[in-house]
Design a protein around this ligand. Structure first.
Ligand code: URP
Ligand code: ZN
Ligand code: ZN
Length: 435
């Protein structure tokens, strides 16, 4: 099929909101206008529906070895889940193995996606080793390979964590190449001390995951990364911001006009610390990092996304089965694989509780879920907008359709949902307008 006419929908972008027809030819938008009189192979009636740019999720972990196992969604199941939730493009993390070159790492992650893709995707390079495998020259070459962001973990000691030397050298390369440096900002050394002390004292239940990762350690690492990026002269993006202690330094840096950006994730608006205390290892479902915080942080985060202290909402989809993977840590919280599902639920949750309940505008929702991630990761204006020349990554969104979120009906392979039983009004089908 080569042309599609989407008729009579309410076209909503980060800046606009109007009734129009959208005409797509060969996977690109070629016309937008009122009552378009064009012949099309397929006509979609979008009356009463929103026509949105496909959402872009800049933070996913598909088919990733982590915590002694591998995330349960591969590229096929993860992307199918994304599409049903209105996400038409995502950026996943290619993790450099110790001693591995960046080129080998990228080839390996691309091979895992081969033949499985149902939506568009890209990669961030997670730098773990500049001593044995990765060189600064190879790092500098990555933007020419289409990888425009470097990710560093300041936590997960003994696994993905890098030292400040590696972080700072990567930042210096980014200052030269224009790549964006992304950080998982928590003080991994201090967390390691707290985890060992908790286990030595016999504290093994899931909620100790949060008690050994206090918000101050997220704030400290966020501050450190901001100051290091300032000295190196590179742009900085702090992923999965969960608390006031991290929002505040980002807000301050942005007030000063520094090139600093912050992202939070859907789950931090809805899941709080008390979920970790649920009995019979139910709390294990909510072991992700940073951990669910005290409920007061939820209002802090809504304020932050409203005021642009934080500019992106992602999912950090990193799904493990509760039965068989999370259960690796039934007797030791530090062995519970860190991560949660959610790739399918971002748009419906943020639309219902953000837009419908008056916390953010519809335009701001599009900006947070589509336009800003596209801009920050070099995809705009092909992605993140609806304009002549943009990719036909379009979501037709029914603002009145009722849905109940459940693992029984989602498209992820995960055996639970963070939002099980939540009722939302509105649902999307993310799909390419041209099959
Ligand atoms: O718990 C999480 N977030 N798992 C995925 C890895 C990360 O830190 O983003
Ligand atoms: Zn992280
Ligand atoms: Zn992540």
């Amino acid at each position: 099929m080569s042309s599609v006419l989407i008729k009579g929908g309410r076209v909503v972008t980060a800046a606009d909101d109007y009734l129009a027809d959208v005409f797509v030819e060969r996977e690109r938008i070629t016309l937008i206008g009122e009552s378009l009189d064009v012949a099309a192979d397929r006509v979609i009636d979008a009356g009463g529906k929103y026509v949105l740019p496909g959402c872009v999720d800049p933070h996913t972990h598909l088919d990733m070895p982590f915590g002694g196992t591998v995330t349960i969604d591969d590229v096929e199941s993860g992307q199918t889940s994304a599409a049903f939730g209105g996400t038409t493009c995502h950026v996943d993390f290619c993790i450099q193995g110790k001693g591995q070159t960046f080129a080998d790492a990228l080839a390996g992650w691309r091979a895992k996606a081969e033949g499985k893709q149902v939506i568009d995707m890209g990669y961030h390079m997670a730098v773990t080793d500049l001593k044995e495998g990765g060189t600064l020259e190879d790092l500098a070459a990555l933007p020419d390979e289409g990888v425009t962001s470097y990710k560093l973990f300041m936590a997960y000691k003994g696994a993905l964590q890098v030292d400040d030397e590696t972080l700072f050298k990567t930042m210096e390369v980014a200052a030269d190449t224009g790549a964006l440096v992304m950080v998982h900002a928590e003080n991994g050394d201090a967390i390691d001390v707290l985890v060992k002390a908790a286990l030595a004292a016999g504290r093994t239940e899931p909620h100790w995951h949060a008690l050994t990762r206090p918000p101050e350690l997220e704030g400290e690492a966020t501050n450190r990364a901001i100051q290091l990026a300032r000295i190196a002269g590179c742009p900085l993006y702090v992923v999965h911001v969960s608390c006031k202690e991290s929002v505040e330094p980002i807000a301050l840096a942005r007030e000063k006009g520094w090139d600093v950006w912050g992202e939070t994730c859907t789950q931090y608006f809805f899941v709080d610390y008390s979920f970790l205390e649920r009995p019979d290892f139910e709390g294990g479902k909510y072991v992700y990092t940073p951990p669910p915080r005290d409920i007061a942080n939820q209002e802090v985060l809504w304020d932050a996304v409203r005021t642009d202290a934080l500019s992106v909402i992602s999912t950090d989809h990193c799904a493990f089965l509760w039965d068989g993977q999370k259960s690796l840590g039934r007797d030791d919280f530090s062995k519970i694989p860190n991560g949660g599902p959610g790739l399918e639920n971002r748009l419906q949750m943020i639309h219902h509780f953000g837009v419908r309940e008056g916390r953010i505008t519809l335009n701001r929702m599009v900006e947070l879920l589509a336009t800003n991630p596209a801009r920050l990761f070099g995809l705009y204006p092909r992605k993140g907008s609806l304009a002549v020349g943009s990719d036909a990554d379009i979501v037709i969104f029914d603002p009145e359709k009722r849905a109940t979120i459940s693992a029984k009906t989602h498209h992820s392979r995960c055996d639970y949902s963070l939002y099980e039983g939540t009722e939302v009004v509105s649902a999307a089908v993310g799909r390419r307008a041209v099959e």
